[in-house]
Design a protein. Structure first.
Length: 341
């Protein structure tokens, strides 16, 4: 057991809710709309420092002026998250902070139904998925991503101003190139590591001889090239009102037997590829962070056939799992039943 309990106050539809976890698998069942995913969201926020779904104002229960999450670990440590309608604070190890400290975070493998459509999703969705994945593996990567996005927002705001001169963008251009190249190099390195295991893990699920791979594409090659391109595209970007070149346009493609999987792989093959990626994510967290991640499964069993369900259970049997499911209490043992609020 890693997580012992989580308490929610004014968190989305939950005015007050307590989840006491089982050592291995905790199942939350109920109809759609009863707040099952919100419980996983609260766990994720207390362990990672942010929601995987929305901003704080959207999380706050309607008509209330604060929300609170208290997560207790098996060893007695507590993390408290409080949002007062304006700002959010974390209390960890008797210290308050605006961000969850790195040492207070705990790795998570989150599996949502939308992840099963990752192969055919938009480049924006795939970038978001892999940024969350890689950001857990490296604080350096997470920091570079945050700083790149901040510089990009500032540059885009300046591009909308009248009488803008190219030199007004220079400091932001420097930051974009520095952190952009850092992200590009990190992404390329992690994709190479995924591909070392991708086919082997996929074959253990699909039980065939197919080959799978993940391709990563970036326009950016070096800091000097990136900076030169930003300067060259100044007039174009000013007319568009946004930065048209950079690692925020990077893309990932799933390859199935040396052909793009989107359009060539079957529904079952796509699902097996995503399952393999999730198992590799857990492996890389263990290898790099040296912690066994908590696994959050948000109603994914209903999207998988029996063979892949068993594979999912088998591969995560050493992890603490918190999962949601649509059903009745009679369907499962050791479960928490939620009703529509």
């Amino acid at each position: 057991m890693i997580v012992r309990s989580v308490k929610l106050t004014n968190f989305r539809s939950h005015e007050s809710f307590v989840l006491n976890c089982n050592p291995q698998t905790t199942t939350i069942i109920g109809e759609n709309g009863c707040g099952k995913t919100s419980v996983l969201e609260a766990v994720y926020e207390a362990m990672q420092g942010k929601s995987f779904r929305a901003v704080d104002r959207e999380i706050l229960r309607r008509g209330k002026d604060f929300y609170r999450v208290e997560l207790e670990y098996e060893d007695g440590r507590r993390v408290v998250v409080v949002f007062d309608g304006v700002k959010k604070e974390f209390l960890a190890e008797d210290k308050k902070s605006r961000r969850l400290p790195k040492k207070a975070r705990y790795p998570i493998v989150l599996f949502e139904p939308d992840d099963l459509h990752l192969v055919g999703s938009s480049p924006v969705s795939r970038r978001g998925y892999f940024d969350r994945f890689f950001g857990q593996l490296s604080e350096k990567y997470a920091m570079a991503l945050s700083r790149y996005n901040k510089a990009l927002r500032q540059r885009n705001e300046l591009l909308k101003e009248e009488n803008l001169r190219q030199e007004d963008l220079f400091s932001w251009d420097i930051l974009l190139t520095r952190y952009g190249v850092e992200l590009m190099e990190g992404r390329r390195s992690y994709v190479e590591k995924i591909n070392e295991r991708f086919t082997e893990v996929y074959r253990s699920i699909a039980e065939n001889d197919d080959e799978v791979a993940l391709d990563y594409y970036s326009e950016v090659k070096s800091e000097s090239e990136f900076l030169a391109r930003l300067e060259k595209d100044f007039e174009r970007d000013r007319l568009l009102g946004h930065t048209s070149y950079g690692v925020h346009h990077d893309n990932y493609e799933f390859i199935f037997n040396q052909v793009k999987a989107d359009g060539s792989a079957s529904r079952g093959e796509v699902r097996s590829s995503v399952l393999a990626l999730k198992f590799i994510e857990a492996e890389m967290i263990m290898e790099i962070i040296r912690k066994r991640p908590v696994v959050l499964l948000d109603d994914v069993f209903s999207e998988l056939d029996e063979i892949r369900q068993k594979c999912l259970v088998r591969n995560f049997q050493e992890n603490q799992v918190i999962l949601t499911s649509v059903g009745s209490k009679e369907d499962l043992t050791s479960c928490v039943v939620l009703k529509r609020m």
